[in-house]
Design a protein around this ligand. Structure first.
Ligand code: ZN
Ligand code: ZN
Length: 310
């Protein structure tokens, strides 16, 4: 599971920062999370493949989180995309895009499935072969939710070098499920743990977009591997942060610390700040493992321990 950050800025544009967009990729899937203005240029710049994106999740309808969508989808159409695209977003997004396509007389060569998020509820909203996705209710000036991506438990891994010759496909499948290899009388020929090793612990990524400090999300995101949390301001501007329904770096770190996450990724920095180092320093007062998001950088979300799952 890899995460590429495409934008670290907030609403007011600045030349050297792009608005929010993250690309989460797994072995089979490419998922775009938020799509601020210019996201398709960031995708080109960092040599990512828009054709592979099957899912787009939009947290809320402030422009710095979705104004890149019409451009990206239009370019997918110019590129003769035929694969279905799933777009998850709050109420209104489907109407906005549909009107834009109508007014530009655009006919898509592929199908868009719109899914309306209930931004008030923490619930599973989708699953793929590898992942489940939940909404995380956030508190912002307009309806807004984050997203929690969790890998499903995987099957045990076969140690190829130790495999005896001549096993059937059924026996190999059984090994992955944790079964022993037995003869027709049921006598164990090979114990499962002699031929397999445990699956990796499922990895998880929580994306917490624009929100005021909201500690009641802690339970839902407890123990995730990577938590992205907005940190628009430093804590000396906490009053301003709260008036605008945003979070400070210190507060984001408090959420990370309370939730016991492994890594905290900060972004959505206000245009008023040139240097960002102070965000890390401030957050590290309460939480050790803080990463400042950098545009174009890809972070590997690793599992930290193994389990006997599956
Ligand atoms: Zn924003
Ligand atoms: Zn916003």
């Amino acid at each position: 599971m890899k995460l590429t950050v495409l934008g670290i800025g907030s609403a007011t544009p600045v030349l050297d920062r792009n608005p929010t967009a993250h690309l989460l990729t797994t072995e089979h899937e490419s998922i775009l999370i938020d799509c601020g203005e210019g996201t398709q240029y960031q995708i080109l710049k960092y040599k990512l493949k828009p054709s592979k994106i099957r899912y787009i999740f939009i947290s809320h309808l402030h422009g710095d989180h979705y104004l890149g969508l019409i451009g990206l989808v239009s370019s997918m159409n110019l590129g003769r995309r035929t694969d279905d695209l799933h777009i998850f977003g709050p109420r209104g997004l489907a109407e906005i895009l549909t009107l834009q396509f109508q007014c530009s007389n655009t006919f898509l060569h592929f199908k868009i499935h719109f899914h309306e998020n209930d931004t008030e509820k923490a619930q599973q909203i989708w699953q793929t072969d590898l992942l489940t996705i939940e909404s995380i209710p956030l508190s912002h000036r307009i309806p807004c939710c984050g997203f929690l991506f969790r890998e499903k438990p995987q099957k045990r891994k076969i140690i190829k070098e130790l495999l005896p010759q001549g096993l059937s496909i059924e026996q190999l499948k059984g090994l992955k499920e944790g079964n022993d290899i037995c003869d027709i009388e049921g006598k164990v020929l090979y114990k499962n743990d002699a031929l397999t090793k445990p699956a990796d612990t499922p990895r998880s990524y929580a994306f917490c977009s624009d929100t005021i400090y909201k500690p009641d999300i802690v339970e839902q995101i407890s123990g995730v591997d990577w938590l992205y949390h907005e940190a628009t301001y430093l804590h000396n501007l906490v009053k301003q942060a709260h008036e605008r329904y945003h979070t400070t770096a210190l507060e984001a770190a408090q959420i990370a610390q309370q939730a016991g996450v492994k890594t905290l990724l900060l972004g959505h920095f206000s245009s008023r700040y040139g240097s960002l180092q102070e965000f890390q320093t401030e957050a590290q007062q309460v939480f050790g493992n803080v990463v400042l998001a950098e545009e174009g950088k890809t972070y590997e979300i690793k599992s930290t321990k193994t389990t006997n799952a599956g």
